[in-house]
Write a protein that binds this ligand. Structure first.
Ligand SMILES: [Zn+2]
Length: 184
């Protein structure tokens, strides 16, 4: 499956470096498709960072979404999730982020799929690989983490407006989630 992200409207962070982050030399080349310092030989391939998110359903077939309290995607809806820390597995990061953001303890995780995304911060873009899981829990009270989300709701799983989701990767993952949910 071809999964190239749409061409970004934002400048690449690594592509915008004016000096080598190791030695400070301005002798940077991008001719070979990656950043290379002519002075010390340092290379940066602009590899993606990894993020995880979980579509969690309850016994009433409702899905838990949070409303994002920060950019990018401020005010849009998203399955709870976040960036993978160094040394973590995808599964551990997914469980940690869901608990941190919502206090809900996700059950057994099932892999849905992954899609490219970008994270735009201070006007610069970093590539991201978004990895999606689904999980199922008994209905639970949600306690929001301040600063992460401004709202959280259990919504009918099949009734989410894809346009209300924060990122294209989430809209594509929601389609996978629907297929998995309807065939379960
Ligand atoms: Zn250098």
């Amino acid at each position: 499956m071809h999964t190239s992200p749409p061409r970004s409207l934002h400048a690449s962070l690594v592509g915008s470096y004016r000096f080598c982050p190791l030695c400070g030399s301005p002798a940077l080349s991008r001719e070979r498709g990656f950043l290379e310092c002519g002075a010390c030989g340092h290379r940066d391939f602009n590899n993606p960072v990894t993020a995880v998110a979980v579509f969690i359903t309850d016994e009433s077939d409702r899905v838990l979404l949070i409303r994002r309290a920060r950019e990018p995607g401020l005010g849009k809806w998203a399955p709870p999730g976040g960036f993978v820390d160094a040394g973590e597995t995808l599964e551990h990061a997914a469980i940690r982020e869901v608990i941190e953001e919502t206090s809900v303890v996700p059950g057994e995780l099932h892999y849905l799929g992954s899609f490219p995304n970008e994270y735009v911060y201070q006007g610069f873009s970093r590539p991201v690989c978004d990895v999606f899981f689904r999980g199922r829990v008994p209905s639970q009270q949600v306690r929001l983490a301040p600063g992460e989300a401004s709202d959280a709701r259990w919504l009918p799983a099949t009734g989410v407006d894809p346009g209300s989701l924060a990122f294209d990767s989430m809209r594509r993952a929601y389609e996978l989630f629907l297929c998995a949910t309807l065939s379960a």
